[in-house]
Design a protein around this ligand. Structure first.
Ligand code: NAD
Ligand code: 13P
Length: 350
């Protein structure tokens, strides 16, 4: 089999952590993969220096993953087409709002036979309310097969090589196994399932629940209340997934991409921090993102808005009171103190 060249599209917190894994794996599995990994980096200046230049000389992404050394065979490239021209496997790992634009540049400019995998936790929603997983957006925009990888994977912990699990959703067995070989390490264990769309739905929807966990933290409630948010959030995640993906398998929620990712996000995620901060200050989400995230982005508020818009169109907000309340608290349309009564009166209790 010809060796595969891997390129990464994105270089934020998760993109850089995954670059560390891929850089090492391609060298260790050199019979399968070419040893250089190009990483497309949205260029920016840090104290008068280009971030790509810093990464390529100091082998550290000092803005998005400070304190972690990247393998020297990971090369940051500011030109998208140069970064991806030779790729057989494209690893998409960037906030979902940038994907369409990136794909429009890539369209007709990638090698024949290239495949992709999306590590993005978000989705695209059509005006008619139909939800499109990011792997489908990428697959259709580029006309290539696209799998998904998602799990309980806080980037900094993964970069510190703390043990965790992840899930690949891929309909094609052979491609799923190739991706497993590309991503798996002794501290990053990967399971492959065929239910790709549910893998992605879990990853996107848990971002909303993570904000809810932060809201109860901010209101001063303890672990029992947070557990109720996690459980009710999980029920809404399953109900929403059943609505969008009739063929979904509930068992996928027991993989790392499901309940495990929900738990980790509700304890240590950026979206949890956002929920807590929304309670403790009266700043807007944009201001909080700027102050707290140092360039990283909260995906939860955007996804909460997208889901709310879709539910409103379908007259179904009353069936998803947790998702609805979280969105309304984020946009300051609901008093956060009402959040507990929303939990108390949840349809799961009726
Ligand atoms: P991030 O939030 O750290 O960084 C934002 C990134 O967006 C930066 O790389 C920045 O350069 C880039 N960017 C800014 N403007 C851009 C533009 N106009 N065009 C293209 N890129 C632009 O990103 P991340 O943490 O790597 O998250 C990427 C995806 O991975 C998200 O869907 C996220 O939910 C998911 N994810 C994140 C984690 C985590 O712990 N951070 C873990 C698993 C999955
Ligand atoms: P946050 O974006 O809330 O930090 O979640 C990261 C994540 O997806 C962990 O698996």
């Amino acid at each position: 089999m010809e060796r595969k060249t891997v390129s990464i599209v994105g270089s934020g917190n998760w993109g850089s952590a995954i670059a560390k894994i891929l850089g090492k794996n391609v060298v260790e599995r050199k019979e399968k993969f070419n040893p250089e990994v190009k990483m497309y980096m949205y260029e920016e200046m840090i104290d008068g220096r280009k971030l790509t230049e810093i990464v390529n000389t100091e082998h550290e992404n000092i803005k998005y993953l400070p304190g972690i050394k990247l393998p020297e065979n990971v090369v940051a490239v500011p030109d998208l087409l140069e970064a991806t021209r030779e790729a057989d496997i494209l690893v998409f790992v960037l906030p979902h709002q940038y994907v369409h634009k990136i794909c429009s540049t890539l369209k007709n400019n990638i090698k024949q036979g290239t495949v992709a995998v999306s590590l993005i936790k978000g989705f695209s929603i059509h005006e008619d309310g139909v939800i499109i997983p990011m792997s489908k957006v990428i697959g259709e925009d580029l006309g290539i097969p696209c799998a998904a990888l998602s799990g309980a994977n806080l980037a900094t912990e993964v970069a510190q090589e703390q043990f965790c699990e992840s899930t690949i959703g891929c309909e094609d067995d052979q491609m799923g196994q190739l991706l497993k070989e590309l991503f798996e390490t002794p501290y990053f264990r990967v399971a492959v399932v065929s239910d790709r769309q549910t893998v992605e739905a879990c990853g996107a929807l848990k971002n909303i629940v993570g904000i809810g966990a932060g809201i109860v933290d901010g209101l001063g409630f303890g672990d029992n209340t947070k557990a109720a948010v996690i459980r009710l959030g999980l029920m809404e995640m399953i109900k929403a997934t059943e609505m969008f993906i009739p063929e979904m398998k509930v068992t996928t929620f027991f993989e790392s991409c499901g309940i495990a990712d929900l738990v980790t996000t509700c304890h240590g995620g950026r979206n949890r921090l956002l929920g807590e901060s929304v309670i403790k200050s009266d700043k807007t989400i944009k201001q909080l993102e700027k102050e707290l995230m140092k360039g990283q982005s909260f995906q939860g508020p955007l996804i909460a808005r997208e889901i709310y818009t879709m539910l409103e169109k379908k007259n179904m907000t009353d069936k998803f009171p947790l998702f609805t309340a979280i969105h309304k608290i984020c946009i300051r349309e609901m008093d956060p103190k009402e959040f507990i009564s929303c939990l108390r009166n949840h349809p799961e209790h009726l």
